[in-house]
Design a protein around this ligand. Structure first.
Ligand code: DGJ
Length: 526
């Protein structure tokens, strides 16, 4: 992670077990959305979209800035689009995360300027095992790396010049879903030469130093090949060699680009992953080989010190399992892309509550209408961001979501139900999902904060919370008072007092199909 800059520009700060994105001196949680790829290439097209983003309750928009549009001729930069996007977001009080579509976008090189695309002699392409050029530039092309780094450096310099006093741009994604498709490794001459060389000491030293914390796939691959610290890739990593080799070199390339940007303006930078393998037996190359997939995170951490976060694009149903793989002590969770259907309204409670995530952002946000339940989730969470940041990483907050990668079930007298029990604050909580899980439908999800041992904030949808005596506690636990309401700038705004039918006479906290918030105080007696 970059050192905390003295001049107060956006940065990451490690606080105990959690990591905060700090903007204007305070933790900032991204309640975001990512635009479709082409929307931000026209300021006119964007004009009506800004209003819609505001009415959705977004505080941040993730928007592409492509190499082809800022450097149409080599060395001649045009930042009018960048300036227009900054201006649009300031007028609408929304922050920006820029997505640098440089050498790669979805494992291809479709967003490079025409002068790069058409010069295959200077900007070498990756090749498949038949020696055929791919549409992607090779990550072994020194010329491409230097040209990309120059352009990205110029972009970050410009952002510093126009925004370092205002902090509209709070983070930057470097490239987009990198990796190589169609082959497990680049077979161009440049790549094959490197593949025959020894694994860099920088990687094996990292593996040795972090042996206990490595992703199990990488640890096993390295172990099976004998935990070697020297030798060519095939000998050190066996069958995993192609993917590890590509991950190291993609990460080095991206790190070089990020370093050039940080030298100009060191705000947080991250990479996003096209996930893989997505099913058993899927091979690297069938998903982008060398991209920052979960099992390659360690390689990326070793190779790319200028990258602050490795972030998953989650379109899989196993949403929570993916988050668990990416939320690690050395990698804070940020979800830059996910489904924009109604499930997103639920997922956001889980990522913030369980993982203290830096942010959440469904893809294609320009298509989302304000009747979408995400609007209600964002409105609820907007007033709670400081509270969530304050409680993250302290063991006093949980988040949950019902999805196919969620397994716990506990038995009650009527049979097996979906839900779980856990201890939080001074009590045992029993969370029961109101409906059984249905693929594609909005799942139950929530976030619960123990403000004190006996008072809780409960937010989310589709579940019923009750309290049980904890081991060695008193025999009965009941709700003392239950309120509905919401937070405005961190302050509780009181709604109805819920009792009688609305709480089964002070026995349960019920959250229906629409996102809502409750404040509850419980007590115990013998
Ligand atoms: C993932 C990419 O990163 C996005 O830019 C976009 O192309 C989406 N896929 C489309 O689903």
């Amino acid at each position: 992670m970059a050192e905390i800059p003295e001049d107060g520009i956006p940065h990451l700060r490690k606080v105990g077990r959690s990591t905060h994105l700090i903007v204007d001196g305070k933790p900032y949680i991204i309640l975001g959305g990512e635009l479709h790829n082409s929307s931000s290439s026209s300021l006119e097209y964007m004009e009506p979209i800004w209003k819609r983003l505001v009415s959705l309750g977004l505080n941040t928009v993730l928007t592409p800035v492509s190499w082809e549009l800022i450097e149409p001729e080599e060395g001649l930069f045009d930042f009018s689009l960048v300036d227009g996007l900054i201006d649009g977001s300031r007028r609408n009080r929304i922050k920006l995360v820029f997505l640098w579509f440089g050498t790669w976008k979805n494992a291809e090189s479709t967003y490079v300027p025409t002068w790069v695309k058409s010069d295959l002699e200077r900007f070498k392409r990756a090749q498949n095992p038949l020696g055929k050029n791919l549409s992607a530039i090779s990550c072994f092309s020194e010329e491409a790396r230097l040209a990309d780094a120059r352009a990205f450096g110029a972009l970050m310099r410009h952002i510093r010049e126009v925004d370092s006093g205002t902090h509209t741009v709070i983070m930057v994604q470097v490239e987009n879903e990198v990796g190589i498709l169609g082959t497990s490794r680049d077979r161009s001459y440049l790549a094959e030469t490197r593949f025959a060389q020894e694994v860099p000491a920088g990687l094996t030293e990292y593996l040795k130093a972090h042996a206990d914390d490595l992703h199990p796939y990488l640890r096993e691959a390295w172990k099976k090949a004998g935990c070697r610290v020297r030798g060519p890739w095939k000998e050190v990593f066996g069958p995993a060699a192609d993917e590890v080799f590509m991950a190291w070199h993609f990460a080095k390339y991206v790190d070089g680009v990020a370093a050039a940007g940080k030298a100009e303006y060191p705000i947080p930078m991250y990479v996003n992953a096209w996930l893989g393998p997505q099913h058993e037996g899927q091979q690297p190359g069938e998903y982008p080989s060398g991209g920052p997939v979960a099992r390659m995170i360690d390689v990326w951490l070793a190779a790319a010190p200028h990258i602050d976060l490795i972030a998953p694009d989650i379109y899989l149903d196993s949403f929570s399992a993916v988050c668990v793989e990416y939320a690690r002590p050395n990698n804070a969770l940020f979800v830059p892309e996910t489904v924009r259907d109604e499930r997103s309204a639920a997922y956001v409670f889980y990522v913030l509550g369980q993982h203290g995530a830096i942010g959440f952002s469904p893809f294609g946000i320009d298509d989302v209408v304000d009747s979408h339940p995400l609007t209600a989730s964002y409105r609820i969470l907007a007033g709670m961001t400081q509270l969530i940041a304050e409680y993250s990483g302290k063991g006093r907050m949980i988040g949950f979501v019902d999805d196919p990668s969620y397994t716990p079930a506990f038995s009650i007298s009527t049979g097996v139900m979906r839900g779980f029990e856990c201890e939080l604050g001074g009590y045992r909580l029993r969370i029961k999902f109101n409906k059984s899980f249905e693929r594609g439908k909005v799942p139950a999800a929530g976030l619960i904060i123990a403000l004190t041992d006996d008072s809780f904030i409960v937010a989310g949808l589709g579940f019923t919370l009750s309290f049980a005596p904890r081991p060695n506690g008193k025999a009965n636990v009941e709700i003392l008072k239950l309120d509905e309401g919401f937070f405005e700038n961190g302050k509780w705004v009181q709604g109805r007092r819920l009792n009688g039918d609305e709480s089964q006479n002070n026995r349960v906290v019920y959250l229906g199909d629409s996102p809502s918030v409750r404040k509850v105080k419980v007590y115990e007696y013998d």
